[in-house]
Write a protein that binds this ligand. Structure first.
Ligand SMILES: [Zn+2]
Length: 208
């Protein structure tokens, strides 16, 4: 993939994220200004989070455990109160949080999977959308799976010409299967990306 394309999309994601954060801050400031108790809850929650960070560093295990469970109880009670308060104002419990377009990656473009950072499906989709518009694949009504015809490929194996133990027809059928499986599993972050390479004019867009 072109580096500039990746850079462009990463920049887009930065802006999306910043916008969501700014809007959340604005919503919060407006709501807290007219609801002093909510403002207090937010301050207490921030304070509890600070205390929790400090408590983690305590070396006495039993003291640490007791303090952490105490802090957790207080935090949960406040979260409950905050949620009830927002409900009384007919707002969702996540009203004060940034509303990201993608809940999975929070508009970062990446998700953690088994401790490894992976490209999110929304990010893959964005790359696809841009790359698709750039390529000349505008003729999907005629060029799609239903009009695909493997019979135009030879079913004769010719290792010398095709550098393969299978015929071009078998080969294109395998490619089609892979592409179909890629589409079926597009939402699965574990699905690997698909890369088409080859010189111009070798029918990477479609074979008919
Ligand atoms: Zn995402």
């Amino acid at each position: 993939m072109e580096k500039s394309l990746l850079k462009q999309i990463l920049h887009e994601y930065d802006e999306k994220r910043n916008k969501a954060n700014l809007l959340a801050e604005k919503r919060k400031a407006e709501l807290l200004a007219v609801n002093p108790r909510l403002s207090e809850i937010e301050k207490e929650l921030a304070n509890l989070s600070l205390q929790t960070t400090k408590a983690i560093l305590i070396s006495n295990e039993s003291e640490k455990e007791k303090l952490l469970s105490d802090l957790k109880k207080k935090t949960n009670a406040l979260i409950k109160e905050k949620s009830a308060f927002l409900k009384s104002l007919s707002k969702d419990s996540d009203f004060l949080n940034p509303q990201f377009e993608c809940k999975m990656c929070k508009d970062t473009g990446y998700v953690l999977r088994d401790g490894v950072s992976k490209m999110c499906t929304c990010f893959k989709q964005r790359i696809y959308d841009i790359a698709y518009n750039k390529s000349n694949m505008g003729n999907l009504e005629l060029e799609n799976f239903s009009t695909f015809d493997s019979r135009i490929f030879s079913d004769k194996v010719n290792k010398e010409i095709y550098k393969s133990d299978i015929s071009p027809r078998q080969n294109i059928k395998l490619i089609k299967e892979k592409v179909q499986s890629f589409i079926d599993n597009f939402d699965d972050p574990a699905e690997k990306n698909l890369l088409f390479t080859g010189n111009t004019g070798v029918r990477k867009n479609f074979s008919y």
